[in-house]
Ligand binder design. Sequence first.
Ligand code: SF4
Ligand code: SF4
Ligand code: SF4
Length: 425
Amino acid sequence: MPDVHNWQLGRTMAYPYAEHHPNRQFAFVFNINRCLACQTCSMACKSTWTFSEGQEAMWWNNVETKPYGGYPAHWDVRILDLLDQAHQAAGVQPAWTPTPGDPEAPYGSYQGMTVFEAAAHAKPQAEQVLGWMPGEDDWRTPNVFEDAAPDGRRSPGSLGLASEGVRLPEHVAWFFYLQRLCNHCTYPACLAACPRKAIYKRAEDGVVLIDQSRCRGYRKCVEGCPYKKSLYRPTTRVSEKCVACFPRLEGKDPASDGVPMETRCMASCPGRIRLQGLVPVDPDGTWADDPENPVTYLVRHEQVALPLYPQFGTEPNGYYIPPRWAPRPYLRQMFGPGVDAAIAKYRAPSRQLLAVLQLFRASERVIFKYAIEEGPKVFETEIDGQPWEMYDDTVIGFDAAGKEVVRVRVEEPVHTRPAPRPNSI
Ligand code: SF4
Ligand code: SF4
Ligand code: SF4
């Protein structure tokens, strides 16, 4: 297999195809701390793309409750277990080596095997990608274990309620919502696994698509995607997946004025947890140094948003601000060794970060640049024993044409309703 560079792992890795990168990459940041689990995103996608016969159990976007929930059931535990078996068979320790201050290895260097490298150690036979095939039952209950918390310390007869109060940094009883769609990976495992070469990555935006006319329904992509975001449709006998709402990305939606627009699941989020971008990519695959792009700023500069299971090796382009209250070992397994620094930055955000966080779900247009107008200091306190100040800055977002599309203040404006109708909207 050729060697390719994976910046999330801080090293080169084996991949079945040589490096070839798009000019811009579809990417997104989700702030787990704010999700309501309302499933508006899931329904927005379903009502747009997967409402037809044969797609009944198909959710390109889903929101599951961790640690028990998963769609398909236990998707991450299954692949983590397979990876563990492969590491044990090869006698390899899947550890991260710290690389402080190295911008090309922001989370350290991963010394374990990816799903591509571990495939050679899989039993009973070697494949391009280490994977597994879900059964039909695994897709049937996308939201089972909703709001279920693991808590070994609940007392019998307490109706399942924790008797102690909860305090940061970790709650005794905890769960969190994980919002998932295809990560439009830089090194897609679905693409690597497909024997028909029916899956391709677009040069203009890095979106990963399945050519429905080439697909023969072998389901190797379903088996190979570690995130289980390629799905089989029995009525057409071909596989399907998230298409990143590409007509909206291309500016072909009537409401878009010809510039890229956020996808349906991003634009519908009432929790304002989602920020979608098209980040500029250098020819060698690294993200261009563009700190005025909000997604690039959050991921590469502030490093407050982290990839989901980077150790799988697909270089996923979905990034998450981790939840503050969940056990750190669990979060480090899920988001890598950058978790502690990311949570510390989110707990006491810099002036710039606090302003950029206001851009989440603020416009239906994809924001390519932002600027900050400084405002007065409105609050000060101590966080973790350190002084912290809040400023009522204004963040301005610009679309692909450089047009201002949103202007938000850090401090939310307060509206007082007129006295005759205090409860009316
Ligand atoms: S719409 Fe937003 S808040 Fe609601 S479940 Fe989806 S990501 Fe969470
Ligand atoms: S998340 Fe899965 S389906 Fe999507 S690009 Fe990556 S490997 Fe392919
Ligand atoms: S980007 Fe579009 S196709 Fe993909 S999950 Fe979201 S709504 Fe569905």
